[in-house]
Design a protein around this ligand. Structure first.
Ligand SMILES: [Zn+2]
Length: 320
């Protein structure tokens, strides 16, 4: 039976954990909704799918209540790509494309044409204290030898090793039907105590545990990840292992946009700009970049946006 969603597991008897994610209906819904305000080119859809799968896998491996946001800030035709995954595995994703993208474009062509592209990993806690900033880590889209990274999974592996000192193996794949990924991580070495005090053979074993499984996972192809059910995938790869499985978690598309948020964003454009749009088009129309939801504001709505709150009571319009 294929249970779509997020499947976490531990390898019994060694310090390696893993997760597999397959998002099907939710991913298709995300693409369908986005298409209503403009479909992204295929390489961007693929990258967004991989970023979403990566966000799910990372969210599953940390104890954190809030939104994990992956952002690629590009210096090429892809200016920005964003995938947001919340603690309940609801997600949304979008991108900003500023020039034509060849159909076979990979990460460096998309977002790292001048070596300036970077990826930000943001943790925005649900109960973040007012005035404090979310945690943010940033990594370039190239390796230590400045060779451009062509897979988003390599960017995350690099980040996990550099910033978190956690050996990580990640495989990602996406098409218009499925966004999928596998994560293997060496667990923090609490069981071993102080690494420096460990016997050398214990350490060798500790590293071998992860390396051997990471190597095995390398035999998975993207096609398998996209086409096979989770149970088949895990069996094929780790049939010799004893896995401790956890209850699978459902994933779903969800957008947190709303009229009030859009209104606040429009205020940032300034009164004059909005008046120009009103004069030209009669109303301000804006579609959510994530879910395609359309919002309309007429002259009265725009007038209210720039009226100090104390001068008028909240109306149903501003409460939506
Ligand atoms: Zn939305």
């Amino acid at each position: 039976m294929n249970v779509p969603g997020l499947h976490k597991f531990l390898f019994e008897g060694c310090a390696v954990r893993g997760a597999v994610v397959r998002i099907t209906a939710g991913w298709q819904e995300a693409l369908r909704r986005r298409a209503t305000v403009g479909e992204f080119p295929l390489p961007v859809r693929t990258l967004l799918g991989e970023m979403t799968a990566a966000g799910m896998l990372m969210q599953s491996s940390i104890k954190f209540d809030g939104a994990l946001i992956l952002q690629v800030h590009g210096d090429g035709p892809l200016k920005l790509a964003v995938a947001e995954v919340k603690t309940d595995y609801s997600f949304r994703a979008t991108a900003k494309v500023v020039a034509d993208i060849p159909p076979e474009a990979r990460l460096s062509t998309l977002a790292n044409t001048h070596g300036e592209g970077r990826c930000a990993i943001v943790l925005d806690a649900r109960k973040r204290a007012r005035g404090t900033q979310p945690y943010q880590g940033v990594v370039p889209l190239h390796d230590d030898a400045r060779a451009p990274l062509e897979d988003f999974s390599s960017v995350i592996e690099h980040y996990m090793l550099q910033s978190e000192q956690i050996d990580t193996r990640m495989i990602l794949a996406a098409n218009d039907e499925v966004a999928a990924g596998l994560l293997l991580q060496r667990m923090p070495s609490t069981g071993l105590g102080n690494l420096a005090a460990c016997r050398e053979e214990d350490l060798v074993c500790y590293h071998e545990d992860f390396n051997r499984r990471a190597l095995l996972s390398g035999t998975w192809s993207r096609e398998e990840l996209l086409g096979l059910e989770v149970e088949t995938l895990l069996h094929r790869l780790f049939w010799q292992e004893r896995l401790q499985r956890f209850e699978p978690a459902a994933t779903r598309f969800s957008c947190s946009c709303g009229r009030e948020r859009v209104s606040r964003m429009l205020v940032g454009l300034g009164h004059a700009e909005l008046q120009d749009i009103l004069a030209e088009q009669g109303r301000v129309e804006i579609g959510c970049d994530f879910c395609g939801q359309q919002y309309h504001f007429d002259a009265v709505d725009v007038g209210e946006m720039f009226t100090p709150a104390r001068d008028h009571p909240p109306t149903p319009t501003t409460l939506q």
